[in-house]
Write a protein that binds this ligand. Structure first.
Ligand code: C2O
Ligand code: CU
Length: 545
C-alpha cells in the first residue's frame, strides 16, 4: 500500500465514522477466545516445485440418484442429487504430501453439474464435515462470534435464478450432521454457474478449504452453435492458495491473535482444478475452455506463452453476441470466461498458460499423427461469427437509480478494519428493495483504492459504463465531479454479467432487471475477505403490489 492510499483511505474512514455511522465504527471484542491463537507457519515456496508433472484433473460429472417431486409442482418429478461435504486428502502436486481439504463429494473442485435450461433439479447438500475448523476463525467478525459453531456451511449457486429459500442465504448455515434440500429451476440461459460456500463470517475460510465446484446450464441456442463439446470442452477453475512445508493449507493471518482477519489474501501457489502446474494433452484442433476465477481475492490475467490469440464467446451469464478476439483475459474473483482456443497451428508444441509472467499450466499439443492417441478425429466444431443476441436494456427502462458507495474503514493506525457498502453493516435494515420485474440502475461509487468485484444474487445485468470521479471532492461535498467521459465496458464484458469489476475512483453503472422470485437475497463484494467483513448487504425483491 502506498502512503497516498493510506492517507486517502483514512480520510474516508474518518468521514464514515463521523458522519455516516452516528454510532461510530464499532467492533465488539471477542468474549473469551478459548481456542489456540492462529500461528504463523513457514510457507512452502511453490516456485521450487517441478512444473507440469501432473495431468490436469477434470472433476466428475454429478449424477442424480433419484427423482423427487418438484416443490413448485408436486405432480412433476425432478432429478434429485445428493452432495456431501467431506474432509478429504488430495495430492495437489506429485512432490507434495496429501493436503487436507474440504470438498463437495470426493474432490475439490467438487463434481460438475451438467444441466439443461428449464429442467429443474433438486440438490440435497449434506454437511458431513468434522466439527472443528482447521483454518483460523476470526471471532471478532460479525456472524463468527465465539458462541457460534466453528463448522457451519450453506451452499450458494452463483449465477442461479433460484427461489430465495434455495439461494443459500448467509444466515441459513447448518452444522455437521444436517443438510438442506435446494431447488434450482434452471429457468435461465445456458451459462457457466458455480457453487460455493456462503456461511456468514467464515465464507472465505470454507471456500479456501475447498468448497467450490462448477455448474453448467445448457440450452438449444448453444446446441445449435456446434461448439467443441464432450472431451473438447473443459472446465478450468483457477485459484491461489498458500501451503506450509507439510503441504497443508496455510491461510494467512494478521499479527493479532484476537483478530486474525486480513483484508486481502493472496497465495503464491496457483492451482487449476485443484492441481499445481498441471498439464493437459490436447489435439491440434479447437477446444472450448470454461474458465472460472474461484480465488478468494486474486485477479487473474491469463495469456498463452506462444502469444497466440483466442476467442472469448461468453461471460458470466452466457454467450456474447459475437466472439471477441483476445491475447489476454482478465478475470476478477467469481467472473467466468467461455474461451475457444485453436491449437490446430501448434501441433507438437507445448504452450504455457501464464498469469502475468507466472507459469500456471501447460497444454501439450499432439503431433498430427500421435500413435498413443490414434488419429485425432476431424474437428467439425465451428467458431460462429454470431452467437446469441444480447439486446441492450435501454436506460429509459430504469424506474430507479441507486447511488451506492464502496468504502474502506481504517483504524487509527490506518489499517483497514472493515469494508462497507453504502456505509451500512450487514445487520442494518434493508435499503435496496427493487420491485419484481422492474429495472434499476445501480451506480457503484468506489471511493477505495481497490477494484471490488460486485455480485448480485438472483439477477443478471449489463454494464453501462465506468467513469472516473474526484474522490476527495466527493468526501468533502457528497457530490460527484467527473474527470472524463464515461467509458463503455470492454467488448468481453458486453454480455450478461452477474459480477462486475468496480474499479477504484470510478463510478461503475450497471442496469438490472429484477426477474425471478421475490424474497431476500444478497449483494456483495466477491473478494471473500471483504465479503466476510461487512462488504455484503441483504436486499429484498418486492412482489409487485
Ligand atoms: Cu459467488 Cu454471493 O456469491
Ligand atoms: Cu471488495
Amino acid at each position: 500500500m502506498s502512503l497516498t492510499r493510506r492517507t486517502f483511505l483514512h480520510r474516508g474512514g474518518i468521514l464514515t465514522a463521523a458522519l455516516a455511522l452516528p454510532q461510530g465504527v464499532h467492533f465488539p471484542q471477542p468474549p473469551k477466545p478459548q481456542r489456540p491463537a492462529p500461528k504463523f507457519r513457514t510457507t512452502l515456496d511453490s516456485s521450487s516445485l517441478a512444473r507440469f508433472v501432473d495431468p490436469l484433473p477434470i472433476p466428475a460429472v454429478a449424477q442424480p440418484v433419484d427423482h423427487h417431486p418438484s416443490p413448485a409442482n408436486p405432480s412433476i418429478k425432478l432429478p434429485y442429487y445428493r452432495v456431501a461435504m467431506r474432509q478429504i486428502e488430495s495430492k495437489v502436486h506429485r512432490d507434495m504430501k496429501p493436503t487436507r481439504l474440504w470438498a463437495y463429494g470426493s474432490s475439490s473442485p467438487g463434481p460438475t453439474f451438467d444441466t439443461r435450461s428449464s429442467q429443474g433439479i433438486l440438490v440435497e447438500w449434506a454437511n458431513e464435515l468434522p466439527t472443528q475448523h482447521f483454518l483460523p476463525i476470526d471471532h471478532s467478525i460479525h456472524g463468527a462470534e465465539s458462541d457460534k459453531p466453528d463448522v457451519r456451511t450453506v451452499v450458494h449457486l452463483h449465477g442461479a435464478k433460484a427461489p430465495a429459500d434455495s439461494d443459500g442465504y448467509p444466515d441459513n448455515w447448518y452444522v455437521p450432521g444436517k443438510s438442506a434440500l435446494y431447488h434450482y429451476p434452471n429457468q435461465q440461459d445456458a451459462a457457466m454457474l458455480w457453487y460455493h460456500d456462503h456461511a456468514l463470517g467464515i465464507n472465505r475460510l470454507n471456500v479456501f478449504a475447498g468448497l467450490l465446484g462448477a455448474f453448467f446450464v445448457r440450452d438449444e441456442v448453444e446446441d445449435a452453435l456446434n461448439l467443441p463439446g464432450g472431451k473438447y470442452e473443459i472446465p478450468l477453475i483457477f485459484y491461489d492458495r498458500v501451503f506450509d512445508l507439510e503441504g497443508q493449507l496455510n491461510y494467512p493471518v494478521s499479527g493479532d491473535p484476537k483478530s486474525p482477519w486480513l483484508p486481502e489474501v493472496f497465495g503464491d501457489a496457483l492451482l487449476v482444478n485443484g492441481k499445481l502446474f498441471p498439464y493437459l494433452d490436447v489435439e491440434p484442433r479447437q477446444y472450448r475452455f470454461r474458465v472460472l476465477n474461484g480465488a478468494n481475492g486474486r485477479f487473474f490475467h491469463l495469456s498463452l506463452s506462444n502469444r497466440q490469440t483466442f476467442h472469448q464467446i461468453g461471460t458470466d451469464q452466457g454467450l456474447l453476441p459475437a466472439p471477441v478476439e483476445l491475447k489476454r483475459v482478465i478475470l476478477a474473483p467469481a467472473e467466468r470466461a467461455d474461451l475457444i482456443i485453436d491449437f490446430s497451428a501448434s501441433a507438437g508444441e507445448q504452450i504455457i498458460v501464464r498469469n502475468d509472467s507466472f507459469d500456471v499450466m501447460q497444454f501439450r499439443v499432439a503431433t498430427k499423427k500421435n500413435r498413443s492417441q490414434g488419429n485425432p478425429a476431424r474437428d467439425a466444431s465451428t467458431l460462429p461469427a454470431v452467437l446469441r443476441p444480447v439486446p441492450k436494456i435501454p436506460e429509459s427502462a430504469a424506474v430507479n437509480t441507486r447511488m451506492l458507495t464502496l468504502v474502506e474503514v481504517d483504524d487509527l493506525v490506518q489499517r483497514p478494519v472493515t469494508m462497507l457498502l453504502n456505509n451500512a453493516h450487514w445487520k442494518m435494515p434493508v435499503t435496496e428493495n427493487p420491485v419484481l420485474d422492474s429495472t434499476e440502475i445501480w451506480s457503484l461509487i468506489n471511493t477505495t483504492d481497490d477494484s471490488h468485484p460486485i455480485h448480485l444474487h438472483l439477477v443478471r445485468f449489463q454494464i453501462l459504463d465506468r467513469r472516473s470521479f474526484d474522490v476527495s471532492n466527493y468526501w468533502a461535498t457528497g457530490k460527484l465531479k467527473f474527470f472524463g467521459p464515461p467509458i463503455p465496458p470492454d467488448p468481453a464484458e458486453a454480455g450478461w454479467k452477474d459480477t462486475v469489476r468496480a474499479d477504484p475512483g470510478m463510478v461503475t453503472r450497471i442496469i438490472i432487471r429484477f426477474e425471478g422470485y421475490p424474497g431476500r437475497y444478497v449483494w456483495h463484494c466477491h473478494i471473500l475477505e471483504h465479503e466476510d467483513n461487512e462488504m455484503m448487504r441483504p436486499y429484498d425483491v418486492i412482489a409487485k403490489p
